[in-house]
Write a protein that binds this ligand. Structure first.
Ligand code: FAD
Length: 201
């Protein structure tokens, strides 16, 4: 069972509203935490739903501690894949590096889980407690003394206590507040590409 994120503020107490941009891992986890702290949370997500796809993701170190605190670690463990070792090879089949360990059971210190399964767990943990607006984005922000006035791309305006930008690498929120994102990115000099192949010869 997914634990409730219902906060501990008593009935009748006004809950400050926060707006989160982006419903990826960061946005959904932030929504969970802020709801638990007592905020009234709305998440705007540009896509028509949570964005699915991708290969499995790794969960290790302090992320496991965070999932324990959220009460979601058992749900993640139940979906964990058998641990695997990955080797990175060059064209001569020489191993350049590796990650992970081999074994039949998922390790207790590192879990690998399908990206969509983690997304479902996080989504399920907040869906009943926060407002999710899909196909929506923030058009403009106006910071005031004690609030932020937000205009969404459908023209709707609202005043919120806090905005949290969880909208990925080329964050829309960061661009609106700080300007063109290119000043915050630094090309590391290479690209890499992951492809799942059914078998290697
Ligand atoms: C489709 C997809 C596949 C991925 N596959 C893998 C994988 O196979 N393995 C892996 O390790 N990691 C993968 N990742 C990366 C990983 O899941 C997370 O993206 C990463 O950990 C960062 O999470 P995040 O929540 O900060 O940002 P993101 O996951 O990038 O989430 C940002 C969210 O903000 C939304 N958004 C963007 N612009 C706006 C806007 N203007 N208004 C409102 N919402 C907006 C996006 O649609 C997205 O849902 C993938 C990400 C995506 C989106």
């Amino acid at each position: 069972m997914v634990p409730s994120t219902r906060n501990e503020i008593g009935a009748g107490v006004s809950r400050p509203e926060v707006l989160i941009s982006g419903a990826g891992f960061a946005g959904l986890a932030t929504a969970f935490g802020l709801n638990r702290l007592g905020y009234q949370v709305t998440v705007v997500e540009a896509a028509a739903g949570v964005r699915r796809g991708g290969t499995p993701v790794d969960i290790e170190g302090e992320t496991i501690t965070i999932l324990e605190r959220m009460g979601l670690a058992d749900l993640v463990r139940a979906k964990a894949l058998p641990s695997r070792r990955f080797e990175f090879k060059n064209a001569d089949n020489t191993t350049l590096g590796s990650i992970g360990v081999s074994g039949d059971q998922a390790s207790e210190t590192r879990y690998e889980i399908h990206r969509d399964d983690l997304l479902d767990i996080l989504y399920g943990a907040v869906a009943n407690d926060v407002t999710l607006l899909f196909g929506r984005s923030i058009s403009s922000l106006d910071e005031r003394a004690d609030s932020v006035s937000v205009t969404l791309d459908n023209g709707e305006r609202r005043d919120v206590a806090l905005i949290v930008g969880c909208d990925g690498n080329r964050s829309n929120t960061r661009r609106l507040v700080f300007g063109d994102g290119d000043q915050f990115t630094h090309f590391m000099g290479g690209y890499f590409f992951l492809k799942v192949v059914p078998e290697t010869g």
